[in-house]
Ligand binder design. Structure first.
Ligand SMILES: Cc1cc2nc3c(=O)[nH]c(=O)nc-3n(C[C@H](O)[C@H](O)[C@H](O)COP(=O)(O)OP(=O)(O)OC[C@H]3O[C@@H](n4cnc5c(N)ncnc54)[C@H](O)[C@@H]3O)c2cc1C
Length: 365
């Protein structure tokens, strides 16, 4: 285990804001991770587990405990009796690198998730999804260290509680498990998933694109929206979509149409049980938060309404000020409380108006 003190966290994140970690350990094995957690436990330090830093907002005051940076690598492959291929992948591997490996091997199941930044171990936390696929569909099991007992545990898919942007690991067991390895079951020679309208439009009816072509097309669409991390693209200095798509009941849906001054049919929505999911981007745009909107050094991407960006020199307070303005305006106009996707690291100074406890926060002793 490599242990350092006073390490600036901003360079470890895609948003590029925030202060220092008091302690910072890079771990390359399960034994390393146990050693790091034991170090924190002996000193009573809170712990934050960091992957690729693409879904975090770090406090300007940094993190007063130990950040465990997961850099566990490795990939093994075997064929299952049912013909599917099982990939056992170290949590610190690059997610997009893994997607590219699978499409080149003609293994179907994650081709639509190309271009998402971060590590393999970060993907199950919020069950990443895009273009009609979610990672939970192909995860066979998570291998973790239980930070309560410091013992290795295996969580089969059925125990992971995967749903829209949700898993056991960001709800009931938030902060409890450090993922060391993820097992994926993929379909050799399987057809690509072409459910998503944006994607279908790119291929003529009846076309049979390869998995490689689909992954490349997804990356191209994402690039056009500034959703592939690229140092030359200022709109990609974000933490991805900042808000989840909310679920509205019939009454709130009708109110949204009324408040926006449009007929109900003009509000994009799709069924979610008895209720309806509405794109958070639609609510933002109809509350005046359009692409290119700025507030100090923070802003909304010029290419994607849901991506809050660091326009250069932004602090966490700048990002939070913009978030607060958006959340409050949307709530006043539509009576909808938007939920934040990125996880807060350290104490984020929330303006008094914000309801305490609503921010996804992590850090356990
Ligand atoms: C430009 C851009 C586009 C994006 N597009 C999408 C998208 O299309 N769909 C989508 O769902 N997300 C998207 N995201 C969000 C983000 O990339 C994903 O959530 C990603 O999986 C986070 O992985 P990470 O390794 O960067 O995790 P981090 O940001 O480091 O951490 C995020 C959370 O996961 C936890 N965590 C990370 N690694 C581990 C581990 N090994 N064990 C236990 N906990 C861990 C952290 O503690 C934290 O709670 C995007 C982000 C950006 C910047």
């Amino acid at each position: 285990m490599e242990l350092r003190e006073h390490v600036a966290l901003a360079p470890y994140t895609t948003l590029g804001v925030g202060g220092e970690a008091r302690w910072f350990a890079s771990v390359v094995s399960q034994a390393d991770a146990v050693e790091a957690f034991t170090f924190a436990r002996e000193r009573g330090l809170p712990v934050f587990v960091l992957g690729g830093g693409s879904n975090v907002l770090v406090s300007d005051r940094g993190f007063a405990g130990l950040v465990i940076h997961v850099a566990i690598c490795g990939l093994a492959e075997r064929t299952l009796p049912n013909g599917r291929v099982l990939l056992e992948v170290g949590a610190g591997e690059s997610w997009d690198g893994l997607v590219q490996h699978t499409v080149e091997r003609d293994l179907a199941g994650m081709e639509c998730l190309a271009g998402i930044p971060g590590t393999v171990g970060g993907t199950p936390i919020q069950n990443v999804g895009a273009y009609g696929q979610e990672v939970g569909e192909t995860i066979a099991a998570l291998h973790c260290i239980d930070l309560h007992t410091l013992q290795p545990v295996e969580l089969p898919n059925a125990q992971c509680g995967f749903a829209y942007r949700t898993s056991l690991l960001n709800t009931a067991a938030r902060g409890r498990y450090l993922v060391t390895r993820v097992d994926f079951a993929l379909t050799p020679g399987g057809a690509p998933r072409l459910d998503y309208a944006d994607l279908r439009r790119r291929f003529p009816q009846g076309a049979m694109p390869s998995l490689v072509e689909v992954a490349e097309t997804v990356r191209a669409i994402r690039r056009s929206k500034g959703m592939v991390v690229d140092p030359a693209e200022p709109n990609s200095r974000s933490a991805g979509s900042f808000f989840r798509n909310p679920v509205l009941n019939q009454e709130l849906l009708e109110h949204a149409a009324h408040a926006a001054g449009v007929p109900l049919e003009a509000v994009p929505h799709w069924p979610a049980g008895e209720d309806f999911k509405v794109p958070a981007a639609w609510l933002l745009e109809h509350a005046g938060f359009v692409r290119g909107y700025t507030l100090g050094n923070a802003g909304i991407s010029a290419r994607h309404t849901l991506a809050l960006i660091n326009r250069g020199g932004a602090t966490a307070v700048d990002i939070v000020a913009l978030r607060t303005r958006i959340v409050q305006t949307v709530q006043e106009r539509f009576r909808v409380r938007l939920e934040q996707e990125p996880v807060c690291v350290g104490e984020i100074a929330a303006p008094a108006e914000e309801v305490a406890g609503e921010l996804p926060q992590q850090g356990s002793a």
